[in-house]
Write a protein that binds this ligand. Sequence first.
Ligand code: AMP
Ligand code: MG
Length: 391
Amino acid sequence: MISVSEAQTLVIKYAEKLPICNIELENSLGYFLAEDCIAPISLPSFRQSAMDGYAFINTGDKHLKVIGQVQAGDSITPQLKSGEAIRIFTGAPLPDGADTVVIQEHVNRDGDSIHIEKLPALGANVRPIAEQLKAGTTVLKTGHKINEASIGFMAGLGLTHLKAYQKPRICILTTGNELQTRGTLLKPNHIYESNGIMLETALKRLGVFDIQIVKVEDSLSQTIDAVHNSLKSADVLLVSGGISVGDFDFVREAFQQNEIEEHFYKVNQKPGKPLWFGSKGSKSVFGLPGNPASSLSCFYAYVLPHIQKRSGSLNPFLEKRTAFLTEKIKNIHSKTLFLKAGVYNNEITPFTGQASSMLNTFANSNALLIVPEQIEDLEIGDSVSYLDLNY
Ligand code: AMP
Ligand code: MG
């Protein structure tokens, strides 16, 4: 049995980056850049007004003659001399010679002449060429996670495509004879299958959409075949259930039969002790515990960072934060605990109902409180770490 930190080191160590793809800007949300983004143009690429007002040559003269106007998008700008002003609007090109814009609120206009009530500083309200950035500079680094701001920013640079790491293709195998599909009447002694859709949804939040879910009976030969078939197309295989030590848990044996190299089996943690991780070539394989809350905990702590790393993230783990504990915690088993919890106003409360079969608690949690294996007692007011589930 290995520790949580050893297991997390291994899921990152065996997380080979996926190939690079050329992707359209509009489809790039959540991808990680595979090369630095170099600005093809300067921003702004021409001198422009930052305000609605009057452009002029700032000599200290407050009485000026208005000789024309320039609007955003105009291609020809009037030539300006000392003592003259030009009506100008936000984003419009600054006429040659003009060095300052006075905002219209500070001007009295009478026909063709203006009086400036409050003279602005030289260069005020003018956006110089390359004020934001210069053509040829690196503006986003390899590994940057693309969000709406970066998409807007790259659109402003005129970019249509970018190079990003592919997202993994995933296969989820759900094992268990007791599992029944939703939308059918529940047979005696059966339960509705819930890990498949839960893991699928968690993956979608990571921008992973190529996901197959396959139901497998508790039979060694079926499990061997299902693992074999899924590895033909998936980059990452997630198997739910069947990884414990029961007589009908065939998953580890099926991994062995498929010659998948085992990196670890069993982690000193609660929930989720019987977690398995291995790889075969560029394919990675997780055997996740069947108990739903264990499965999801293991997803957040191991599968998520593994997938983020493979997708090109430089910061693959969920953000670890700290908050003050509102209740005592006893950790009697010397295991790392991942407790379903609620964080509000910097205070964290572990919920009752931590059993690994219970998702009701998880459904109401926004945090996973981490109690390290070597900590036996935590008191009210102690500062504790947690994984932020609102990522
Ligand atoms: P296992 O890991 O296969 O021993 O399963 C542990 C527990 O989790 C059992 O109570 C199973 O019925 C339950 N379980 C396993 N797989 C699923 C699933 N896909 N959805 C919901 N519960 C499951
Ligand atoms: Mg089972």
